[in-house]
Design a protein around this ligand. Structure first.
Ligand SMILES: Cc1cc2nc3c(=O)[nH]c(=O)nc-3n(C[C@H](O)[C@H](O)[C@H](O)COP(=O)(O)O)c2cc1C
Length: 274
C-alpha cells in the first residue's frame, strides 16, 4: 500500500540504469499479472534477481481510485530496484500515474506488449525502437515473437539486430528457463540483460544457478508468503508452478486440489519436511 510504504521506501531510490553500466548481464523478473507481486519479488531477489517489475497496472484506474492503488501496488524497504509497469493509452494519464508512484519506484515501464512485439517486417520494429530511444527511454525489453506466435521458438536473431541498431540497453525476453540459457542468449544477441517470466515461476532460484526449484526455495516461499499475508490462491498457485517439475502426476492430483493454507502446509511437511 502506498500509504504504508511512505516512511520505509521513499529515500531508497536506486538508478536501475546503473545496473546496465556495471558491466554484468542484468537478470530481471518480468511483469506478470497476478504473480510478480511483492512476496514473489522478495523471493526472487533472494536468489540473485537484480531487478523486478510489478504486474501490469492500468494507469487510468491507478490515478482515479485509491482502492485500485492500494490493491494493485504494494512495496517495502527491500523491494528495490523496482520498475512499475503501466498500461496506458493517454500520455497525460501515464504521466499522472508515474507522478503518484515515483517516490516508491526506480522506474516506470510502459507495456507496449501483446500483440505489438516484434513485427514481421523487422525494419518496422527497429524503427519503433529507434523512435523510443529518441524520446529518451532508458532501455527497451524485446520479447522475440510476433503477433501470431505463442509457442514457436523466439527470434533471438531479431533481438540481436535491434541491439545492433540502437545505443541504449536492450533486454532479451522469451523462453529463458535456466541461467545457462540466459548466458547463451547474452552471447548470441549481445544484449545487456535478460527478462524471465515463466522460467522464474517454475524455478524462482534459477538466477542463482539452480536447474530446478530447491526445497530451500519452497521453504522460503512459504515463509515469505505467510509473512506477507498472501491470499491462499496466489500462495497455492505459486507452489504449483514451483513444484511442477519435481512432483509426479499422482502427487499433483492431490496437491493441486488442496483448498486451505493448513492443508498445503501439512502436505509440504509430510512429503518434503518443509
Ligand atoms: C502469468 C503471466 C503474466 C504476465 N503478465 C504480464 C504483464 O503484466 N505485463 C507484460 O508486459 N507481460 C506480461 N506477461 C508476459 C511476460 O512478461 C513475458 O513477456 C512472456 O511470458 C515471455 O517470457 P517467458 O518466456 O520468460 O515467459 C505475462 C506472462 C505470464 C506467464
Amino acid at each position: 500500500m502506498i500509504s504504508d510504504a511512505i516512511e520505509t521506501t521513499q529515500c531508497q531510490q536506486k538508478d536501475p540504469v546503473d545496473l546496465f553500466h556495471s558491466g554484468h548481464f542484468v537478470k530481471i523478473c518480468a511483469p506478470m499479472v497476478r504473480y510478480s507481486k511483492l512476496a514473489f519479488r522478495t523471493l526472487v531477489r533472494k536468489y540473485n534477481c537484480d531487478l523486478c517489475y510489478t504486474p501490469m497496472i492500468i494507469a487510468a484506474d491507478f490515478v482515479r481510485s485509491v482502492k485500485a492503488r492500494d490493491s494493485e501496488f504494494t512495496t517495502s524497504k527491500g523491494d528495490r530496484p523496482l520498475i512499475v509497469q503501466f498500461a496506458a493509452n493517454e500520455a497525460q494519464v501515464l504521466s499522472d500515474a508515474a507522478r503518484i508512484v515515483c517516490p516508491f519506484a526506480d522506474g516506470i515501464d510502459l507495456n507496449c506488449g501483446c500483440p505489438q512485439r516484434i513485427h514481421d517486417d523487422l525494419k518496422r520494429t527497429v524503427d519503433l525502437c529507434q523512435k523510443a530511444e529518441a524520446t529518451g527511454v532508458s532501455w527497451i525489453t524485446v520479447h522475440g515473437r510476433n503477433i501470431e506466435e505463442r509457442h514457436q521458438p523466439v527470434h533471438y536473431d531479431a533481438i540481436k539486430i535491434i541491439k545492433q541498431n540502437t545505443s541504449i540497453p536492450i533486454v532479451a525476453n522469451g523462453d529463458v528457463k535456466t541461467l545457462k540459457d540466459a548466458e547463451n542468449i547474452h552471447h548470441m544477441t549481445g544484449t545487456d540483460g535478460v527478462m524471465v517470466a515463466r522460467g522464474l515461476l517454475a524455478n524462482p532460484a534459477m538466477f542463482a544457478g539452480y536447474e530446478e526449484t530447491p526445497l530451500k526455495c519452497i521453504q522460503d516461499w512459504v515463509d515469505i508468503a505467510l509473512e506477507h499475508g498472501t491470499p491462499f490462491t496466489c500462495f497455492h498457485h505459486h507452489l504449483m508452478y514451483m513444484m511442477e517439475r519435481i512432483t509426479s502426476k499422482q502427487e499433483k492430483k492431490v496437491f493441486n486440489v488442496l483448498s486451505s493454507t493448513s492443508a498445503v502446509l501439512d502436505y509440504l511437511n509430510d512429503h518434503y519436511g518443509v
